[in-house]
Structure formats: C-alpha cells, structure tokens
Design a protein around this ligand. Structure first.
Ligand code: 13P
Length: 242
C-alpha cells in the first residue's frame, strides 16, 4: 500500500482568530491535492473554528497535545475526546518541547497515544535526539528507546504516524543533512512492526528551500513544519514539494 505523503504544520503557541484566513490562502495556492494530505495542528482555542475554515478545502486539523485521560479533575488540560469533539483528526504527542518543558516521559507519551486512538484521533508520535546525544554517537540508542517506549504495542501501522525531529534542528535553522535523515528514517522503519506501512515524517527547520530534497528521500513520508507553517505561502510551497 503506498504511503500518502502527510504535510503537517505545527503552529505551537502562535495564532489568534484573525490568522484563520490561512486556510483560504492555502487552498488558493493550489497545494490541496489527492496526492498528499494536508494537516495543521493548532492551539486548542482555534481548533473548532479552524475545522470550520479548513474542512471545505479538504485540509485536516489537529491538536498539539492531549491528556492521558479522556476526562477528569485536571484543570487546564485538554483531552483527546475534546479535540475529537471539536473536529480534530490528529494530535501531536511527545513533541520534544513537551518532553522538555513538561517532563513528559515515554510512558506518558504512550498513554497519550492510546487515549488519542481510543478517541478516534491519529496520534503523531514525536521522537528525536538532542545535540549532545548526536555528538556522542548515541542517536539511534535514544530514538530506539523512545520508539519502544512511546508506541503502544497494540498499535497497527495505520494507527499512528511517527515524526522524527532532532531537537537540535528545531527552530534553529539548522536542518539535519540528507544523509542523516535518510539513515535515521531507515533505522526507525526497521524498528517498528510492519514498518513499511507506517508514515514517518521529518521535522526540524523544514522550509521551502530544503523541502524538495528532504521530501524526496526514500523513507520520508512527509514533514512536520513549525515556523514555516505559520505563513500560507511558505507552507504551500513545502506541500507542493511533496
Ligand atoms: P521548526 O520547523 O520551526 O524548526 O519546528 C519544527 C517542529 O518542532 C515541528 O513540530
């Protein structure tokens, strides 16, 4: 079964209501096509309105995190069931910013992935090594451990998406080399059950200038784009490179 490319934006903590014209602009750019899936993961406050603005164009909406439980006494948290109820189709779990800022462990990420799936969302499970790990040559050990701990063992290949985001390439303008990306994506595919069918995205300073080279790599099935997804023109240019 061919793996349909998935081009996903992650707006992080950016975006107010007046940013939602983005979806009409993205559609007008001609980036929407049956050849690829387009997704934007937004702040929770924008999800419902974005679904309204994006669905008619065939663009999907996701959240950026969810709680491990579907409801409960957890002030300020958002559950997968709530994101689903607002119309989301995907949710990012285990982004390195959450692993670092909120102390999220592989066990927590796995529980979030499970609850996301149970709510009919597709989790995008993020993994990636730090610069220190890479300089010490232990990037495969680190990512291998994150995969083993973060992906629920009961998951089939269509239940989730993996995003490989080397921490040192996020928001730094420093992209991993094509060789490093190709090697890590091949490693990841070899580590997960039915790996041939799992979509593996690359993230970390993806921009229009480097998207074509990255997206052409054999085991790269799409991108998770931060900064360059905030602008419809640059996100469209990346999408059209797939
Ligand atoms: P940048 O594209 O801004 O480097 O962010 C990548 C990322 O963290 C996407 O989740």
């Amino acid at each position: 079964m061919p793996r349909t490319p998935l081009i996903a934006g992650n707006w992080k903590m950016h975006g107010l209501k007046d940013a939602l014209g983005f979806f009409d602009e993205l559609a007008a750019s001609g980036a929407v096509s049956e050849r690829r899936e387009l997704l934007v993961c937004l702040p929770a406050t924008l999800v419902a309105a974005a679904v309204h603005a994006a669905r008619r164009h065939g663009i999907r909406i996701g959240g950026q995190d969810c709680h491990t439980e579907s409801s409960g006494a957890h002030t300020g948290d958002i559950s997968a069931a709530m994101l689903r109820d607002a119309g989301a189709d995907f949710v990012i779990v285990g982004h390195s910013e959450r692993r670092a800022d909120h102390g999220e462990t592989d066990d927590i990420v796995r529980a979030k992935a499970e609850t996301a799936r149970a709510s009919d969302l597709t989790p995008i499970i993020c993994v990636g090594e730090t610069l220190e790990d890479r300089e010490a040559g232990r990037e495969e050990d680190v990512v291998g451990r994150q995969l083993a701990g973060s992906i629920p063992p009961v998951f089939g290949p269509a239940d989730y998406v993996i995003a490989y985001e080397p921490v040192w390439a996020i928001g730094t303008g420093r992209t991993a080399s094509a060789g490093d990306i190709a090697a890590m994506h091949a490693f990841i595919r070899s580590q997960v059950p039915d790996g041939e069918e799992v979509r593996i995205l690359y993230g970390g300073s993806v921009k229009p200038e480097n998207a074509r080279e990255i997206l052409a790599l054999e085991n790269v099935d799409g991108a998770l784009v931060g900064g360059a997804s905030l602008n419809a023109e640059s996100f469209a240019a990346i999408a059209k490179s797939s």
